[in-house]
Design a protein around this ligand. Sequence first.
Ligand code: UTP
Length: 297
Amino acid sequence: MNRKVSKAIFPVAGLGTRFLPATKSVPKEIMTLVDRPLIQYAIDEARAAGIEDFIFVTSRGKSALEDYFDCAPDLEAALEASGKTELLKILRSTNMESGTIAYLRQHKALGLGHAVSCARKLIGDEPFAVILPDDVIAGETPCLQQMVEAYQETGGAMVATMEVSPAQTSSYGVLDIKSQDGPIVSVKGMVEKPAPGTAPSNLAVIGRYILTPQVLANLDTIERGAGGEIQLTDAIAEEIRTGRDVFGYRFTGQRYDCGSKAGFLQATVAFALARDELREEFADFLAEMHAVRQAAQ
Ligand code: UTP
């Protein structure tokens, strides 16, 4: 069976209500960690994993995303004329080759599963990745690359997973574990947003997936699930029900939930402290803020 993963779907059609009013006119995926939009981190991770075709499932009001990946000849010319070669290099590294990027519309926000199924005609009959850009994962080896490597051994469907506290399981898809071998978890069931106290484990599904065309077929037949939405988790769980393999992959790296305000701020601090040109000034500022807060208590 073909295990080359060369296509990735980026579902970016959600409403982003947790960031209102900003997301009234700015797509969540364009919000920046330091100076790079969330979507750039996702694209870089996909490229590192060998992805060649990038499929965006978008919605109304997301045109800033499409503009972001266009070339900017005027800006490039201005930087070139003024000798700003470093900036020019950074700008050019964001250009996408013509024909490698496709945009599809999800007409109604019917859920993540529905967004993924909108891309079925572009996927055809091969395994594919799904990346949720609001889950930002920092690590030496990018998360999707770790998964693609593991997938060469396992096949089946694979989801990124990490431990969360029992109080948080009701916000995630959660794995029912059959067995574990290093970072690879064999899964015997999956539940989307289990009611508090009913989660089968504390291993939560995080926004990176390697899926088979069969999961797309399942999306056509499953009923609406948690929150009245067509859930990707349910389509993957259907694989287990029909006797096919599903794996969790416990990635190495630090994940930030940039779909939430607290997670986004944590990522901003971590990414700023990771930058040589910002670290010292920013660390001093944080120490000062901390001292002021301590003094006020
Ligand atoms: P979220 O659950 O974070 O929803 O979606 P959201 O709409 O982006 O944000 P909030 O909760 O209103 O603040 C997870 C991912 O699934 C995509 C989102 O764009 C995000 O990448 N998604 C969700 C869709 O593409 N379509 C949908 O119908 C729902």
